[in-house]
Design a protein around this ligand. Structure first.
Ligand code: HEC
Ligand code: HEC
Length: 361
C-alpha cells in the first residue's frame, strides 16, 4: 500500500516535471522566435520572407528549413553555392548555423556577401525564426505577440499609395506625367543640414541605440564600431589625421553630425535602407556619438539639442573662398583664344615633371 502510493506520487512528479519542462521550452522558443524576427532585419535587405515573398538579391526564405538547400528554382544560385550543396540536402540547425556564422568562409565563393552573425545565441534565434515560417510564409509557431499570427515583412513594406490611383493632370509645364504628391515630395525631401534644417521631430537615447546597433549594424560595422573585416569603421581614429594612413571616422574626421544622421537615415542598414524610424535614427546616432567618446551613456539626442552639437574636427574644414580672391573675377567672359600676346611656347613637358612613363616600360 505504502509502496504503491509512493510509486504514484513519483509518476505524478514525473508528469509535472515534464509539463513544466515543456512549458518552459515553448516559452523559451517563443522568445527565440521573437528575437530572431528582430535580428532578421539585417537579412531583410537581401531576403524577403512572409506571404508573397519573392527573390531579391538573395532567394526568398519561406520554409527554407523544410524545402531543401538551394531549391528555389527561380533563383540563380552561385555555382560555388550549388556545388557545395549535395543533391536533396536540407539545412539543419547546425549546418545553417555554420553558414550564418561566416558565409564567405563556410562556402567560399558564395554570393551571400555578408560578414556573418558572430553570436551563437543570435544565430539560434534567427534559425528558430526561419524554422517557424512555412513554405507559404506563414508563422506557424506562436510568439509573444500572439498565437499563429501571420507575419509578413513583405506586407510591412507595402507602398502607401500607388501612382495609378492618382488622376493625371492635363496641364503642367510639359503636359506629361503628373504633379508629385505632397507625400512623395516629403518622402524624397529628407536631407538634413548642419544647422539642423530638415530634421524630423523626434528623439532617441544612446541606450536605446544599443539594441538597434547590435541587431542591425554590428554584423558589418563591428561590436563597437571597429568594423568587421573591411567594412567601414565608425568609431575611433582620434589623432590619426596627420598619420600616413589616417583613420577617418565620425569622431575623428566628419565635420557635422547632420551627415551621420542623414547618411544612416538614407542608406543604412545597408540593403534595407529607410527601414528605421526617425526615433531609431536619433537613437543610433546618439549611440555612435557614445562609441566615439563624444557623449556619456545617458545622452539623449533630439531635434532641439541637435544643432548645438559640434564634432571635434569641424574647424579643420574651411569654406572654399577662392571665388572671392582678387585674381578670380567671375563676371568677366573667359578668354578662349589668343589670350597671351606673342607666340605660344612650351615651357614644360610631362616627361620633365616625371609623370610620363619611359617608352620602354
Ligand atoms: C548582402 C545580401 C545578403 C544578406 C545581408 C544575407 N544574405 Fe543570405 N543569401 C544571399 C545570397 C545572394 C544567397 C544565395 C547564395 C549563393 O547563391 O551563393 C543567400 C543564401 C542564403 C541561404 C540559403 C538559401 C537556400 O535556398 O538554400 C540562407 C538560409 C540565407 N542566405 C540566410 C540568411 C540570413 C539568415 C541572413 C541574415 C543573418 C542573410 N542570409 C543575409 C544574400 C544575402
Ligand atoms: C550588410 C552590412 C551593413 C550593415 C548591416 C550596416 N552597414 Fe553601414 N555601411 C555598410 C557599407 C558597405 C558602407 C559603405 C557604403 C559606401 O561607401 O557606399 C556603410 C557605411 C556606413 C556609414 C558611413 C561610414 C563612413 O565612414 O563612410 C555609416 C555612418 C553607417 N554605415 C552606419 C550604419 C548603421 C547605423 C547601421 C545600422 C542601422 C549600418 N550602418 C548597418 C554596410 C553595412
Amino acid at each position: 500500500m505504502n509502496h504503491s502510493i509512493k510509486r504514484i506520487s513519483v509518476r505524478a512528479y514525473g508528469v509535472a516535471f515534464f509539463l513544466i519542462f515543456m512549458l518552459g521550452a515553448s516559452a523559451a522558443q517563443a522568445n527565440d522566435i521573437e528575437n530572431g524576427k528582430k535580428l532578421y532585419r539585417q537579412c531583410a535587405g537581401c531576403h524577403q520572407i512572409g506571404p508573397g515573398a519573392s527573390n531579391s538579391f538573395g532567394p526568398q526564405l519561406n520554409g527554407v528549413m523544410q524545402r531543401g538547400a538551394a531549391k528555389v528554382e527561380s533563383f540563380d544560385y552561385s555555382s560555388a553555392f550549388n556545388e557545395a550543396m549535395a543533391p536533396d540536402v536540407k539545412w539543419n540547425s547546425s549546418s545553417l548555423s555554420a553558414f550564418l556564422e561566416a558565409p564567405l568562409t563556410n562556402i567560399p565563393g558564395t554570393a551571400m556577401a555578408f560578414p556573418g552573425v558572430k553570436s551563437e545565441d543570435e544565430r539560434t534565434s534567427i534559425i528558430a525564426y526561419l524554422a517557424a515560417i512555412d513554405v507559404d510564409g506563414n508563422l506557424t509557431a506562436s510568439t509573444d505577440e500572439g498565437a499563429g499570427k501571420a507575419d509578413s515583412m513583405a506586407a510591412e513594406a507595402q507602398p502607401r499609395m500607388l501612382a495609378a490611383d492618382v488622376e493625371v493632370p492635363t496641364h503642367g509645364v510639359l503636359h506629361i506625367g503628373r504633379a508629385a504628391l505632397a507625400e512623395e515630395v516629403a518622402a524624397w525631401d529628407i536631407d538634413v543640414r548642419p544647422d539642423g534644417l530638415g530634421l524630423p521631430k523626434g528623439a532617441g537615447s544612446a541606450i536605446a541605440g544599443v539594441e538597434i546597433y547590435d541587431t542591425q549594424c554590428a554584423a558589418c560595422h563591428g561590436d563597437f564600431g571597429d568594423g568587421t573585416g573591411r567594412w567601414p569603421v565608425l568609431a575611433g581614429g582620434q589623432d590619426t589625421l596627420t598619420d600616413e594612413r589616417p583613420e577617418k571616422t565620425i569622431g575623428s574626421y566628419w565635420p557635422y553630425l547632420s551627415t551621420v544622421f542623414d547618411y544612416v537615415r538614407r542608406a543604412m542598414p545597408f540593403g534595407n535602407a529607410r527601414s528605421l524610424s526617425d526615433d531609431d535614427v536619433y537613437s543610433v546616432t546618439a549611440y555612435l556619438m557614445y562609441l566615439n567618446d563624444l557623449v556619456e551613456e545617458d545622452f539623449v539626442l533630439n531635434s532641439e539639442n541637435f544643432a548645438e552639437i559640434r564634432l571635434p574636427n569641424e574647424e579643420n574644414f574651411i569654406a572654399d573662398t577662392r571665388s572671392k580672391e582678387p585674381h578670380f573675377n567671375g563676371s568677366v567672359e573667359p578668354c578662349m583664344s589668343d589670350c597671351l600676346p606673342g607666340v605660344a611656347t612650351i615651357s614644360q613637358r610631362a616627361r620633365v615633371l616625371d609623370v610620363t612613363p619611359d617608352e620602354d616600360i
